[in-house]
Write a protein that binds this ligand. Structure first.
Ligand code: SF4
Length: 457
C-alpha cells in the first residue's frame, strides 16, 4: 500500500481548504493513477491529510487483480468508513461496483480504473473545492508518491493480449498508448525536478504504439530542437535515454523488435535491464496461458542478448500450479530456469482469479502440490541468483542511494529495480545523500543482496 508519508504532498496546517485522505493499493500502474488524481486535486486547492480521522473525505484506489488484493481493498474501504465515513472508491475493483456495494453499501461513489474525471466529479460533489486563483499549489512536475529520485512513467493504458489467467484487459480495456511527445514532456519535467531514474511501465511495454500505428508526434528537446518522435518502443526508449536519467524498462514481452533495444542497452542509452515476464517455459502451458510471443525461441534469444550486452540483467516472473500443469511441464520450467540463468525472478502460485478463462482450462492443482513446486522453483532460482550475484564481488558498480542510516546507506545498482529486486548495503567514509549516485566497490554477496564500500562520489 502506498501512502503519502514520504512525499511532498502534505500540508498539515488547517487553512480552511478541504482535506482528503488517500489510500493507494496495488501495482506501480495504480500508483501512477493515484499520482494523477492527487495532482489534479492539489491543483484545485484540496489538501492531503495523513489520517482518515479529521479529513473531509477518503479516496481508496483499489486493486482487484487477485482475490487477496480484493480482500485487502475491501478491508481498506471498511477502515476508511469506520474512521471517516465519507469514502469514494476508484481503481481496478471499481470496474465491478456491485462487489464493493455488497460489502460496503455506505460508500459515496465507485469509479473504475483511469476514470480520473469521474473521481474528481465525485469529489466535487461530496466536498466542493475552494477556489483560489492566485495560488498555484502544484509543482510543475506534479505530485509523486515515490521518493523524489525515482519516478514511474506510464506510457500506455490497457492491453491487447488475452492471457487466460488475467482479467486486466477486462478491467482496463484495450491498449491505448500515450503520444511519445506527451511521455517525453512528462519525463523531462521529472528530470528537471530532480528525478534520477525513470521506470517505464505499462501492461505490455513492447506493444507501445501498436494502437496508434506508431503515429509520430512533435517534441522539442532540451536544446530547443524540434523533431518528430514515433509512438514506438525503440524510438521512445532512445529519446528517453537523452534526458540524463537512468531509464529502466519494465513489462517487456519478447517480441522480435526487443532485440533492437538491446543495442541501446549496450550503448549505455538505457539501463541494461529487462523486466520480461515469461510466466512459464513449457510450450504447452504457455499455449494454454495464451502468452504473447510465446513461440519465440527464448533460450537462444537470451543467449544472443547476453552476447550483445554482457552486462544485461534479466528479471522475470513465473506462475507455478497453472490449471492442468503436469509434473513434466513443471520440470520443463525448472530446466529452463537452470539454463537461462535469470538474474532476478519472482514466482507466484496460481490463484484462480474470478472471471479468468484459465480456471476452466484444466484440473486445479492441489494447494500442497503448488506449494511443493513453488519451493522447488525457489530453491533452484536462489542458487542461480546467488551465483550471478557472486560474479559482482570485486567489481565497481554505480549505486543510486535510496535511504541513509547512521552507519550504512542502502542503494541499488543498475541491475536492481526499486521494491522488487535486491539492494546494496553501502559503507562510506562520508555521509551519502538520498538520490546520489556513488561508485561502490562490491565486497560481498549473499543470496539476494550485495555489500560494499563507497569509493567514488
Ligand atoms: S499481457 Fe497478459 S498478463 Fe499482461 S496485462 Fe495483458 S493480458 Fe494481462
Amino acid at each position: 500500500m502506498a501512502t503519502f508519508a514520504s512525499s511532498d504532498a502534505f500540508n498539515d496546517a488547517r487553512n480552511g481548504a478541504p482535506r482528503i485522505s488517500f489510500v493507494s493499493l496495488g501495482c506501480p500502474k495504480a500508483l501512477v493513477d493515484s499520482e494523477r488524481i492527487v495532482t489534479s486535486l492539489r491543483s484545485e486547492g484540496y489538501e492531503l491529510s495523513r489520517r482518515h480521522e479529521g479529513a473531509d473525505l477518503v479516496i481508496v484506489n483499489t486493486c482487484g487483480f487477485l482475490d487477496s488484493a480484493k480482500a485487502e481493498s475491501l478491508a481498506a474501504i471498511g477502515d476508511a468508513l469506520k474512521e471517516n465515513g465519507k469514502v469514494i472508491v476508484t481503481g481496478c475493483m471499481g470496474a465491478e461496483p456491485e462487489q464493493i456495494r455488497a460489502v460496503h453499501p455506505g460508500v459515496l461513489a465507485v469509479t473504475g480504473p483511469q476514470q480520473y474525471e469521474s473521481v474528481l466529479a465525485a469529489v466535487h460533489q461530496a466536498v466542493p473545492p475552494q477556489h483560489d486563483p492566485f495560488v498555484d499549489l502544484v509543482p510543475p512536475q506534479g505530485i509523486k508518491l515515490t521518493p523524489r529520485h525515482y519516478a514511474y512513467l506510464k506510457i500506455s493504458e490497457g492491453c491487447n493480449n488475452r492471457c487466460t489467467f488475467c482479467i486486466i484487459p477486462k478491467l482496463r480495456g484495450d491498449l491505448v498508448s500515450r503520444p511519445a511527445a506527451d511521455v517525453l514532456r512528462e519525463a523531462e519535467k521529472l528530470v528537471a525536478a530532480g528525478v534520477k531514474e525513470l521506470l517505464v511501465i505499462s501492461q505490455d511495454t513492447s506493444a507501445y504504439g501498436v494502437d496508434t500505428k506508431y503515429a509520430p508526434s512533435l517534441w522539442k528537446d532540451g536544446q530547443g530542437h524540434e523533431r518528430e518522435v514515433r509512438t514506438r518502443f525503440l524510438d521512445l526508449a532512445r529519446e528517453l535515454g537523452t534526458l540524463g536519467a537512468w531509464v529502466r524498462l519494465h513489462y517487456v514481452y519478447p517480441y522480435p523488435h526487443v532485440d533492437e533495444v538491446i543495442g541501446l542497452m549496450s550503448d549505455g542509452v538505457v539501463l541494461p535491464y529487462l523486466d520480461i515476464p515469461f510466466q512459464h517455459a513449457s510450450p504447452s502451458v504457455l499455449k494454454r496461458m495464451k502468452r504473447p510471443a510465446a513461440q519465440e525461441k527464448t533460450l537462444a534469444r537470451i543467449q544472443a542478448w547476453r552476447a550483445a550486452c554482457p552486462d544485461l540483467t534479466l528479471r522475470s516472473t513465473f506462475i507455478v500450479g497453472f490449471p492442468g500443469e503436469t509434473e513434466a511441464e513443471f520440470q520443463e520450467l525448472i530446466d529452463f530456469l537452470d539454463e537461462a540463468e535469470l538474474d532476478r525472478v519472482g514466482c507466484f502460485k496460481y490463484e484462480p482469479v474470478a472471471g479468468a478463462p484459465a480456471n476452466e482450462l484444466g484440473a486445479a492443482i492441489a494447494e500442497e502440490v503448488k506449494q511443493e513446486r513453488w519451493e522447488r522453483f525457489m530453491a533452484v532460482q536462489q542458487r542461480v541468483s546467488a551465483r550471478r550475484l557472486k560474479r559482482k564481488v570485486g567489481t565497481r558498480q554505480q549505486v543510486i542511494i535510496d535511504s541513509v542510516g547512521p552507519t550504512v546507506a542502502v542503494g541499488r545498482t543498475k541491475a536492481d529495480a526499486p521494491e522488487i529486486d535486491g539492494v546494496v548495503h553501502v559503507a562510506s567514509r562520508r555521509p551519502l545523500r538520498v538520490g546520489e549516485i556513488a561508485t561502490v566497490k562490491i565486497e560481498r554477496a549473499d543470496a539476494y543482496d550485495l555489500h560494499g564500500m563507497a569509493v567514488g562520489f
